[in-house]
Design a protein. Structure first.
Length: 384
C-alpha cells in the first residue's frame, strides 16, 4: 500500500471528507423531510422555533470514517481501527437517540464503553499531570480511570454546547484545526490526518448549519465529535516530544497538557460551570435548562452568528494565553486561563443582566401606558 507524504495527505483527506460531507447533507435533509425526521422544539432548552432535521451527524460520521479508513493506513497510525470501533458505538447510540430517544444512563454507558475500549486496548491515556495539583506520574488504574472520566466529560461538553446554529461545528473546526497542527508538528501523521479529516467534515456540515440552520448534527454528530476530539487531545499529550518542530512553540510536556486543555476550554468550562450551578441549586447536573454561555449571549441581545463568533474568539484567546504562560508553574497557567474565562463570563453576566433589566423596564412602561389609555373616558355620543 502506498503511503502518501504528509504534505499531500493532509489536504487530500481534508478535501475528500469536505466534499463527501457537502454532497451527503442535502440528501439527508431531503430524506429527513420526506420521512418527517425532525428535531421538535420543546420550549425548554431548544432555541429553534421550527421543525428542523437533526441527522446531520450521519453525514459527518460517514464521510469522516470513510476518508480516514481509506487514507489512514496501519503504517501511519495502527490504532485507528480501535478508535473507529469506539466511535461506531457512539454513532449507533446517537442515531438511536435522535430517532427514538434513549435515557441519559444508556448514553453514559455507551460513552463509558467507547472510552474504555480505546483507552485500554489502544493504550491512549494520560499517565501524568506533570505537576498540576502536585500530581506527576499516576498508577495505571488511576490513569485509566482519570482518562475515562476526562474523555466522557469532553464528549458530553461538546454534546451540551450544541445549542445554537453553527456553534458546536465552529468550535469543532477550531479544535480539530489546532489539534491537527500540533500533531503534524510532532510527526504524528496519522493522528493529524484524522484531525484534518474531521475538520473537513465539519466545514462541509457548517455549509448547511450556520444560521439560519437547515439541519442539526444531533447527538449522532456531537457525541462522535466530542469523543474524537478528546482522544486526539490525549494522544497529543501522550505523544508529545520536545525534539520536534512543535518544541519551538510548545516547550514541555506540561505546556502540551495546558495547550490541550486550552483547545477544549470553552465547552469544558461551560459544562463544568453549568453542572456546578445546577447542583448548587439542588437539581440534577444533567437537567435541561437555559444557562449555557450561548443562552446567556442570546439573552444579552446577540444573534446566533454573533454568539458563535464571540465564543470561538474567546477560545482562540484562551489558547493564546496558554501558549504565553506555558513555562510558568502549571497550576499558575491553569489559574490564568481560568481567571480570564471567569472575567469574560462576568462581563457577559452583567451585559445580560442590564439587557434583561432594560427589557423589564420597557415592558413596565408599556403596561403603564396601556393602563393610562384604558383609563381615558371615551366621549359620550352626541345626540341631535
Amino acid at each position: 500500500m502506498i503511503v502518501l507524504a504528509a504534505y499531500i495527505l493532509y489536504p487530500l483527506i481534508f478535501f475528500c471528507t469536505l466534499l463527501m460531507c457537502m454532497a451527503s447533507i442535502p440528501r439527508i435533509i431531503y430524506i429527513a423531510n420526506r420521512k418527517k425526521l425532525f428535531d421538535i422544539p420543546d420550549n425548554k432548552r431548544k432555541i429553534h422555533l421550527t421543525i428542523i432535521p437533526n441527522l446531520g451527524g450521519i453525514g459527518i460520521f460517514l464521510s469522516f470514517a470513510i476518508a480516514c479508513t481509506f487514507f489512514v493506513t496501519p503504517q501511519l497510525f495502527d490504532k485507528w481501527n480501535i478508535i473507529l470501533v469506539s466511535a461506531l458505538v457512539l454513532f449507533i447510540t446517537g442515531v438511536t437517540d435522535d430517532l427514538v430517544g434513549i435515557t441519559p444512563s444508556k448514553k453514559f454507558l455507551a460513552q463509558f464503553i467507547a472510552s474504555i475500549i480505546t483507552i485500554s486496548v489502544a493504550d491512549i491515556r494520560i499517565s501524568s499531570l506533570h505537576g498540576i495539583l502536585g500530581i506527576y506520574e499516576m498508577p495505571l488504574w488511576i490513569s485509566i480511570a482519570f482518562t475515562t472520566v476526562g474523555c466522557m466529560f469532553v464528549t458530553n461538553a461538546i454534546n451540551l454546547i450544541d445549542g445554537i446554529d453553527g456553534l458546536a461545528g465552529s468550535l469543532g473546526v477550531l479544535c480539530s484545526l489546532c489539534l491537527g497542527l500540533v500533531l503534524a508538528l510532532t510527526g504524528n501523521v496519522g493522528e493529524a490526518a484524522i484531525a484534518f479529516s474531521l475538520m473537513g467534515a465539519l466545514i462541509g456540515f457548517l455549509r448547511y448549519n450556520l444560521s439560519p440552520a437547515k439541519i442539526f448534527m444531533g447527538d449522532t454528530g456531537s457525541l462522535v465529535i466530542g469523543f474524537i476530539l478528546s482522544i486526539l487531545s490525549i494522544q497529543f499529550v501522550h505523544a508529545y516530544n520536545v525534539n520536534t518542530p512543535l518544541g519551538t512553540i510548545v516547550h514541555s510536556h506540561k505546556g502540551a497538557l495546558l495547550v490541550a486543555l486550552s483547545i477544549l476550554f470553552v465547552p469544558v468550562f461551560d459544562s463544568f460551570r453549568v453542572f456546578l450551578n445546577r447542583m448548587r441549586k439542588g437539581g440534577s447536573p444533567f437537567a435541561a435548562d437555559r444557562t449555557h454561555l450561548h443562552h446567556l449571549l442570546l439573552d444579552a441581545g446577540y444573534n446566533h452568528s454573533q454568539a458563535v463568533s464571540i465564543l470561538v474568539t474567546s477560545n482562540i484567546l484562551i489558547i493564546t494565553v496558554a501558549l504565553l504562560v506555558q513555562d510558568a508553574d502549571p497550576n499558575i497557567g491553569i489559574a490564568c486561563i481560568l481567571s480570564i474565562s471567569i472575567g469574560l463570563f462576568g462581563v457577559l453576566y452583567f451585559l445580560r443582566k442590564n439587557k434583561l433589566e432594560r427589557n423589564q423596564q420597557l415592558i413596565a412602561e408599556m403596561n403603564k401606558a396601556n393602563q393610562a389609555v384604558s383609563e381615558v373616558q371615551l366621549p359620550t355620543q352626541v345626540h341631535h
